[in-house]
Design a protein. Structure first.
Length: 415
């Protein structure tokens, strides 16, 4: 009992000094844990959201912007592409393409994006209904489960959509609402907060300038399947087409380059752009990591200095303990435990602080649904960090502990 109790009491003889040392350890641990959590979850989120998509066909512009817009729904479209340009890629018998899904983007509802698409998207992404049915007519919508729960939306409700994707566009309402006919099962991905409708709904919402005589003869027929686009005017526009190849051979590897060189479309490989995104964010992540390491090293020096000062201040008490029968090993162990207690308390405080702050920010800034980041998650390597922190506390306490072990009773009592 004394081996734990006495070091604990000794720590709080100078509470400000002890709290300072604990906070140094806590800040270092919190920074590293936050980086571990963000990197692990964001990496999973990127991989999970793009794992089935081998290529994107979109208007020429920034490839990274196209990936962020069409897969992660974080950016604006690079432009529109004509239906006539993408019809060949939607054929069911295409020699290279296993799945192709057209998208129409650009509208939103309370910051949730509205996706104009066909039934191919739901089959491809394995989305199923929790209640209701799939859209069968224009101005019908199927929504994600998280959006339904957050906004208290039920089947039969009408959503008034906004033209645009940013907060500045929230006042630009469309005249015709979207009637919710189905709610999807939870998938723990981006689809949980999206709204899906027909591509032809997008056209009707935005064809304000067309007269009745100028509308396509097939305008009143909803586009529910990829094959329905065969009968649509080639000048109608979409945002993009998501593509999955049948296999990864020479032809599929050259697909992106061939499209970029031989057509007006831009073909993008999500895997390449995500790698570039990691390169862009990696520098900041590495910088924060090294800042945390430096703070951790400073905390070790702080523990070392604290224990050396405490040893000098408590020399008479240590001498009395030796006279009372305490062994050298007991003094060594007590000093080591003081260092261990500081590092463990700081580590636990930092660990709780990191998870708590990240969970709070996840709710405040919608990090979970947008980036897959939350605080209630255990990242690989966290237990190793706790172990290393405990070892660092013991290392910092080693020299003061050896000094306490070697001191003679006469020197401790200054006889």
């Amino acid at each position: 009992m004394n081996l734990i109790w006495l070091p604990w009491k000794n720590l709080w003889l100078h509470p400000l000094r002890t709290v300072f040392n604990i906070m140094l350890v806590a800040i270092a641990v919190a920074l590293i844990v936050i980086l571990l959590l963000i990197n692990a979850q964001f990496g999973q989120h990127l991989g999970k959201s793009s794992e089935k998509i081998d290529a994107i066909l979109a208007a020429k512009g920034s490839p990274l912007q196209s990936v962020l817009c069409n897969i992660f729904h974080l950016d604006a479209p690079t432009g529109n592409i004509k239906v006539g340009e993408i019809k060949p890629f939607l054929r069911a018998v295409h020699p290279l393409i296993a799945n192709a899904c057209p998208l129409a983007l650009g509208d939103s509802y309370h910051k949730s994006r509205i996706i104009g698409t066909t039934d191919s998207y739901f089959r491809w992404m394995e989305l199923s209904l929790r209640e209701g049915r799939m859209f069968e007519q224009d101005f019908e919508a199927v929504i994600g489960s998280e959006l339904a729960d957050l906004e208290h939306i039920r089947t039969g409700d009408t959503l008034m959509s906004n033209h645009g994707l940013t907060a500045l566009d929230l006042d630009t309402k469309h005249e015709h609402g979207l009637r919710v006919v189905g709610i999807l099962n939870n998938k723990n991905n981006l689809a949980d907060k999206l709204i899906f409708t027909t591509i032809s709904t997008y056209w009707k919402e935005h064809d304000h300038g067309d007269t009745e005589g100028e509308l396509s003869a097939h305008q009143d027929t909803p586009v529910l399947r990829n094959s329905d686009l065969d009968n649509i005017d080639n000048d109608k526009t979409l945002t993009s087409v998501l593509i999955q190849f049948k296999g990864h051979n020479i032809q599929s590897l050259n697909f992106v380059r061939n499209v970029n060189e031989g057509s007006k479309l831009m073909a993008v490989s999500p895997a390449i752009e995500i790698s570039r995104l990691y390169e862009l964010t990696g520098t900041a992540s590495d910088m924060l990591y090294w800042i945390a390491v430096i703070i951790g090293i400073l905390s070790m020096f702080a523990i070392f200095i604290n224990l050396i000062q405490a040893l000098e201040e408590r020399r008479p008490e240590l001498g009395i303990l030796r006279i009372g029968g305490a062994s050298r090993s007991l003094l060594f162990g007590m000093t080591m435990i003081e260092g261990l207690l500081i590092s463990l308390i700081g580590t636990i405080t930092g660990w709780l602080l990191a998870h708590g702050l990240l969970e709070m920010f996840s709710h405040l800034f919608d990090l979970n649904s947008r980036y897959g980041i939350k605080g209630l998650y255990l990242a690989p390597g966290e237990w190793i960090l706790i172990l290393l922190s405990a070892i660092s506390g013991l290392v910092a306490a080693l020299i003061p502990s050896v000094r306490a072990y070697r001191e003679e009773i006469a020197r401790l009592l200054r006889l």
